[in-house]
Design a binder for this molecule. Sequence first.
Ligand code: PLP
Length: 369
Amino acid sequence: MDLAAGRDDVIHLEVGDPDFVTPGPIIDGALDAARQGFTKYTPNAGYMSLREALARKVREQYDLDVTADEVVVTSGAVTGLATAIFATVDPGDEVLVPDPGWPNYSTISLIVGATPVGYPLPRQAEYLPDFAALERLVSRRTKAIVVNSPGNPTGAVYPGSVTEELVKFASRHDLFLISDEVYEAIVFEGEHVPAARFDDDGRVITISGCSKTYAMTGWRIGYGVASPPIAALMAKLQEPLVSCASSVSQKAAEAALAMPQDVVAEMRDAYRQRRDIAMNLLDGHIIGKPQGAFYALVDVSPLGSDSYAVAKLLLSETGVATAPGETFGELGAGTVRISLSIAPGLLAEGCRRIAYALGSGTSALGGTG
Ligand code: PLP
């Protein structure tokens, strides 16, 4: 990231930030709100109007019986994940985190003095969790499991049966299940099945947000859905961290939920098209076929197993920046993550260069390179 930062001569496939601009009605909503004086602190849990709108969305989209007292608006999904872990995990506890998975789950666990324990999402199993390994890794000290579908960096979308099995696993071992569903709107094949659908006893804490769905990463709006006592604790924990999510951004989120949602489907379709471009150009090198989110893991093992070294090599030799797979856990060795949040032409050029470096350049370039 540091080596590639700010370089115009580099194709940036390393960052996970949507390249779309935030849709106009959302920006208008924010401007109107600012003029109307929504510029002050909000309650820790967010404006009630937004909590109600989010509860309605979850009820309507997933047919789940959710009320506003179970919803807390957070400063980005990451603050929702942090407050969920702070609310449920004590020093000395263990937290099961996906490997490969988004590194902040481990970092947040370490901040509370807990130990993150990676559970394998084997590439041979299309990045679905290995339940036998989970049974081996769970201990008396395990307090929570973090689940992420659609997954970063894997692109896996869990079938409902797998998610149900994970909730049963959490129930059997009396764990909280923190379900990071920030990519819920970006599913190419199949459908997103929320973990909360299988929750009988309030152990599932769902985290989602506006960043990926509405191309709003800089607005910092996420939310958690949890049983009322956990939701209240998460809201309280925001006080010393961020106090509340930005007032204007909360109003922008309300505008996002209220506008026609076609634009969400359009962005999803654009990501799918890019996924297909990458699959074509990196034929055989992409592990699995990403079913959602906007990433792909590329097998770069012919260039070496140290993914940091390979990412540096790709940057210096081909001018393409990628994220080293080991950033996401031990099972990321021999891979780099490419992001699909870039214009198709640049993505294609980046993929061609990687393919060339991997030795399939002639076919990928149609004989020209
Ligand atoms: N969860 C996952 C899996 C992510 O990849 C990201 C951002 O990249 C987030 C959460 C954070 O989202 P937010 O911008 O809402 O904090």
